[in-house]
Design a protein around this ligand. Structure first.
Ligand code: DC
Length: 230
């Protein structure tokens, strides 16, 4: 008998995955798991240790010593801890986005984090977002979505998010970071970002957040027969 439902949402940075997945999860009563936050926490640990996030040997050496935890607060929000410090805000800084993409190219990091992600889906109804959820982490997910948008639209959204947090940023830098990560995330040898063969592709380039949310809800209703409420 099937015990838990899982929805995989993959796609590049800024397509709207996390905001939409968080809202749909709350409407369905599922747990939202942001897997990028886990890679970001590894990236932050390497950054703080002063090692290159692309140096497979150095990263492999510190991995077993890392104390990384994913916890959910009373509001059901995912928080990331590194050595018991809540680093959930720190990992959102632009330099850590690049470190996260860099460490995520390393097979040793990917296999180290695989079990943590699968365990979440084994024990809960989840919506999990990332780059390889439908292809590698949860190949048997009940619904797979690949959410995308043009790089310019994604950079513009990311810029507004950073500015809203009070981070100084300009469009050119954000656009360059997005293109760097898209290129690296989709061409790496280990679990590259791509749509699973059975994924539904949703393009949010010309949709605002509310329209994207309605499109996502319609897709869930069509494919799973459940209507998110909220
Ligand atoms: O979703 P995000 O932007 O927070 O992810 C940060 C980086 O982590 C992203 O550039 C690639 C990597 N990542 C990954 O390789 N696999 C995942 N499932 C999630 C993120």
């Amino acid at each position: 008998m099937k015990k838990h439902y899982s929805i995989a949402i993959d796609g590049p940075s800024g397509a709207g995955k996390s905001s939409l997945a968080r809202r749909v999860a709350s409407a369905l009563g599922f747990i939202y798991v942001d897997t990028g936050a886990i890679y970001r926490t590894v990236g932050l640990a390497c950054y703080r240790a002063g090692i290159s996030c692309k140096n497979a040997e150095a990263v492999a050496q510190i991995l077993p010593r890392l104390n990384i935890q994913m916890r959910f607060n009373a509001a059901g929000e995912q928080r990331m801890y590194l050595d018991e410090e809540d680093v959930s805000s720190r990992i959102r800084m632009p330099e850590i986005s690049i470190c996260a993409s860099d460490v995520s190219t390393l097979p040793v990091v990917r296999s180290y984090l695989l079990d943590m992600q699968r365990r979440m889906a084994r024990d809960n109804n989840v919506i999990m977002d990332g780059r390889d959820i439908g292809t590698v982490v949860l190949p048997d997910a009940d619904l797979k979505i690949f959410m995308t948008a043009s790089s310019a639209a994604r950079a513009q959204r990311r810029l507004l998010e950073l500015q809203a947090k009070g981070v100084r940023a300009n469009f050119e830098d954000v656009f360059r970071d997005i293109e760097y990560r898209d290129q690296q995330d989709s061409t790496r040898a280990s679990a590259p970002m791509r749509a699973a063969e059975d994924a539904v592709v949703l393009d949010t380039t010309n949709l605002n957040l509310e329209e994207s949310y309605r499109l996502l809800c319609r897709t869930i209703k069509e494919k799973l027969g459940v209507q998110p409420v909220g």
